[in-house]
Design a binder for this molecule. Structure first.
Ligand SMILES: Nc1ncnc2c1ncn2[C@@H]1O[C@H](COP(=O)(O)OP(=O)(O)OP(=O)(O)O)[C@@H](O)[C@H]1O
Ligand SMILES: [Mg+2]
Length: 134
């Protein structure tokens, strides 16, 4: 398989579905179990929804990755929205600035093997997540 990135531009609710679907397809091709495919799709949904709700537009980049014999998938959600002032707070269950449940980011972190947020107020947010096979 060629390691081509899949890029999904996200600026509407429909794009959340498209990003989720692209994630299901790539994870399936990489050999993830149906359970893992669903977890990956759910994590993509949450970061895509955050782009639409908090930043208006951005993109999701899905990439096959490898570490020695281990294969995996990398999900990057990137936007140039308002940024997150306190990332530690944003990762707490129940924290939301828009009266949401505040479970999107902590939920996505819990579903994936690796999770990182790089955010600057006024500049934007990049969430990087990885899940490994096996
Ligand atoms: N891409 C983003 N740009 C700016 N702020 C963000 C972004 N993603 C998350 N945030 C901030 O982090 C907070 C927590 O995000 P999280 O997804 O956990 O909860 P939520 O989106 O408010 O509610 P929900 O449970 O519906 O997802 C948000 O309320 C928002 O303030
Ligand atoms: Mg959210």
């Amino acid at each position: 398989m060629t390691a081509v990135d899949v890029v999904v531009v996200v600026d509407s609710v429909d794009d959340i579905v498209a990003a989720r679907q692209a994630g299901r397809e790539l994870a399936g091709r990489l050999g993830f179990s149906l359970t893992d495919i669903t977890l990956i799709a759910t994590a993509i949904s949450e970061v895509a929804r955050n782009i639409v709700q908090h930043a208006k537009c951005g993109e999701i980049i899905l990439t096959p990755i490898r570490n020695g014999n281990r294969q995996g998938i990398s999900l990057v959600a990137r936007d140039e929205g308002p940024g997150i002032a306190d990332v530690t707070l944003a990762l707490q269950y129940g924290y939301s600035t828009r009266k949401g449940l505040g479970v999107g980011l902590p939920g996505a972190k819990w579903l994936m093997d690796e999770f990182d947020i790089d955010s600057k107020v006024g500049k934007g947010t990049t969430v990087t997540m990885k899940k490994w096979l096996g």
